[in-house]
Design a binder for this molecule. Sequence first.
Ligand SMILES: C[C@H](O)[C@H](O)[C@H]1CNC2=NC(N)=NC(=O)C2=N1
Length: 100
Amino acid sequence: MARLSAEESRGALGDLPGWTLAADGAALEKVFQFRTFRQAMAFVNRVAELATEARHHPDIHISYNRVTLTLTTHDEGGLTEKDIALARRIEEVGEGESGG
Ligand SMILES: C[C@H](O)[C@H](O)[C@H]1CNC2=NC(N)=NC(=O)C2=N1
């Protein structure tokens, strides 16, 4: 799967609220904040299910009630449609829970 151009990457952010491009343009990132650690972990487990279905796996950083997801296609060394598709699926399950 081909890497996205810088223009394609920026375009994809249009319908992904809260997601930003990493400084080098090679990853998508978003911080999700929850009221409790337990809620953060429940979200991480839903993301894990989506990642398993997609066979595409985010980098996940958990700090108490904040979950930072970083999406990149390691095999390609940058962003591909797989990252965009997974971010869209995550938005569906994370709705109403982001905010940091
Ligand atoms: C064979 C298998 O599909 C690949 O190793 C997949 C698995 N999950 C992956 N996840 C991510 N984020 N990047 C990859 O390049 C990747 N490769």
